[in-house]
Design a protein around this ligand. Structure first.
Ligand code: SF4
Length: 655
């Protein structure tokens, strides 16, 4: 689908529509025809058999055949794996269970069975890899919300839930797993993001020094930096917005860093080669499976991936339920404090949760860094765009000089993401947005109106009070100065954007637990959507709901969590640490300072460990090795499947 440059996209679904069918299974079977004067199509019958159907013109078919010739040939099926995926959503979102046989909880169950009951078949070598599970904090929050709603019990703090899973899986009969969470990996990723940001600044000023001696062929990209921790966004950018790839952050996501940490660092300390470790991650979305299968995360030398298997939150829950896990059963690890549990059984500090967003706090980490590096106190102005919490702008400025120190944005969901692409293209001249310089009259009028609204309701720094359109502001600030400030905010180009494909970010990932339904709570068999199977007869089913949203309502309504409420619940639980509420995201519309990075005992330990790890890696592998440990590359995929600009590509398929 091609969009006019004059349009602002506001009515798209936040999900790409599943495409007709995956075409990759036939890619190796296409014969080259001598007859070029005609057309060839791939047909799929109701039994999922693939055919190549060629039509030739009469000139090619010969004079004896007055009509166009038709040739139908059955095509051989090819094996596909996640690397082949075009992210057309044809399989991942609709029939992935048929096409993806690896990377499921069944694979992990098979692994556990082979560990606990080694095969006596000599042809099957015994499983000897050491298991390691890395769980994302969004997964823990989703599991906590789900089991709390399911059992009507209080939600489990994430640290407690993590330690119970750790204790359960550490049992010998389940494989003696080492279990950690991905927040320390994210801590490394965030630190590296700050370093990358400074590299780009230095490069822009001609002051960058390549410490790798150009070995990796890396040069810092231009601004704005676009976060790349979300594989949904990365997939879309590589296949549909290739011109924007130089803007993408080269820093590995938390899963990417966790992969390097476990296979390269922890493995070495444990005396294990990368291929002697079985590394499983639990993530909020299916797209993380695609990320783990990227070639950068594969070691040719050891023929192994940094992450061997990615489970979604739902799949981890299935695995744990199959193994008999009860999240409410106390364990001996319950009373360890986070720091002592880290030293006792965890590979690194548990649950480091920086202030900001539940999708990684990439933007807020940079805000804190820029604010801390500025010699004078700074102020932060945030505002929602199009009244959406998924589309917020952050402006850090010096209130004395009006200098804008940093302009960033949080852009979640495909609808906002499409508009971001246009905006960035317009600012940078890169990508599809570069032709969008001329705004349509309606859009220009809307912008003017919005600007006028923003100016008349701009918050006065530090107070949140509004400033009148003329005269002197409530705190004595001259309106002229205020307008000058607004003008500077408007003119400043963006420095950083935290981009996430899911509306509300990772707490709302496609692999998270679905809201609890009455059937699930009653222990009935439910389908993938959470509906009971077989469906209850409304005339005879008199069971009264026992659970509901907080503050429980009577009747059927009391059972239903709207998606919004459910995501909000998971978001709240994400911010419940060991002993209470952590710092949730700041409230848009208010102004004030930037929260300093947490400097508790766990953070200090994490910083020390992060520094030691980076030093060790650099000592062992050199500066280029350190780069590979924490960074990655993105590649443009040429062409179009969907036809027109910006579609998912077809030329990626080798015919
Ligand atoms: Fe996955 Fe969604 Fe998070 Fe992106 S925003 S990493 S697709 S859960």
């Amino acid at each position: 689908m091609a969009f006019s440059g004059a349009l602002t996209i506001t009515d798209l679904d936040d999900f790409l529509t599943p495409s007709q069918a995956c075409i990759i299974p036939v890619r190796n079977g296409k014969a080259q025809s001598d007859m070029t004067d005609g057309s060839t199509e791939i047909h799929i019958d109701s039994d999922n058999n693939y055919y190549e159907v060629s039509t030739y013109s009469t000139a090619v078919a010969g004079p004896s055949n007055p009509k166009a010739a038709l040739e139908k040939k059955a095509l051989e099926r090819a094996e596909i794996n996640l690397n082949d995926c075009l992210a057309c959503s044809g399989c991942i979102t609709s029939t992935e269970s048929l096409l993806i046989t690896l990377q499921s909880h069944l694979e992990v169950l098979t692994y556990i069975n082979s560990i606990s009951s080694p095969s006596i078949d000599e042809a099957t070598p015994p499983e000897t890899r050491r298991p390691f599970l890395s769980i994302s904090p969004q997964t823990l929050a989703s599991l906590s919300a789900y089991h709390s709603a399911l059992t009507s019990r209080p939600p489990l703090p994430l640290g407690l839930l993590l330690r119970r899973i750790r204790h359960f899986l550490s049992a010998k009969e389940r494989g003696s797993w080492t279990v950690g969470d991905t927040t320390f990996a994210r801590h490394l990723s965030l630190r590296e993001s700050v370093q990358e940001f400074e590299e780009r600044r230095a490069y822009a000023k001609g002051k960058w020094v390549d410490r790798t001696g150009g070995q990796g062929g890396y040069t810092p990209g231009p601004f704005p930096v676009l976060a790349s921790a979300c594989p949904g966004w990365v997939c879309y950018a590589e296949k549909a917005q290739g011109d924007l790839l130089p803007l993408m952050s080269s820093v590995r996501s938390s899963q990417g860093v966790a992969g390097a940490l476990v296979k390269q660092y922890w493995g070495e300390k444990a005396g294990l080669k990368p291929n002697e470790i079985y590394h499983v991650t639990a993530m909020p979305c299916y797209d993380k499976k695609l990320e783990a299968s990227r070639s950068d995360f594969y070691s040719e030398a050891h023929t192994t991936r940094d992450v061997d298997c990615v489970l979604t939150t739902g799949e981890l829950d299935l695995l744990l339920q199959d193994l008999g896990f009860n999240p409410y059963a106390p364990t001996p690890l319950d009373h360890f404090s986070p720091s002592s549990s880290a030293s006792a059984t965890a590979p690194w500090p548990d649950l480091l949760t920086p202030a900001g967003t539940s999708s990684g706090s990439y933007l807020h980490t940079l805000l804190a860094h820029i604010s801390a590096s500025h010699p004078r106190p700074s102020a932060l102005h945030t505002r929602k765009l199009r009244d959406s919490a998924d589309n917020e702008e952050y402006i850090l400025y010096d209130p004395d000089t009006n200098e804008v120190l940093f302009k960033g944005a949080k852009v979640y969901g495909f609808r906002n993401l499409q508009n971001l692409v246009r905006r960035v293209g317009k600012e940078t001249g890169l990508g599809r947005g570069k032709g969008a310089g001329k705004l349509g009259a309606a859009v220009a009028a809307r912008r003017k109106k919005a600007r006028a609204g923003a100016e008349s309701s701009a918050s006065t720094p530090g107070t949140g009070a509004t400033t009148p359109a003329s005269g002197t502001g409530a705190d004595g600030v001259e309106v002229g100065a205020e307008l000058e400030r607004l003008k500077r905010w408007e003119e400043k180009k963006m420095d950083y954007v935290e981009v996430m494909a899911c509306p509300s970010g990772c707490v709302n990932g496609g692999g998270q637990m679905k809201p609890v339904t009455p059937a699930a709570a009653a222990g009935m068999e439910v389908d993938e959507e959470g509906y009971p199977r077989p469906m209850p007869d409304p005339g005879t089913d008199t069971a009264k709901p026992k659970l509901g949203k907080e503050g429980g309502e009577d009747g059927e309504e009391g059972w239903r969590w709207s998606t919004k409420e459910w995501v909000q619940r998971v978001e709240e639980l994400y911010w419940v640490g060991e002993g209470g509420l952590l710092t949730p995201p700041g409230s848009p519309g208010l102004t004030g300072g930037v929260e300093k990075a947490r400097e508790g005992e766990a953070e200090v330990k994490a910083d020390e460990l992060a520094e030691r790890i980076c030093r060790d890696v650099e000592d062992t592998l050199g500066p280029q090795g350190r780069w590979e440990f924490l960074r990655t590359r993105f590649r443009k995929v040429e062409g179009d499947v969907l036809g027109g600009e910006g579609g998912v590509t077809l030329e990626a398929v080798t015919w």
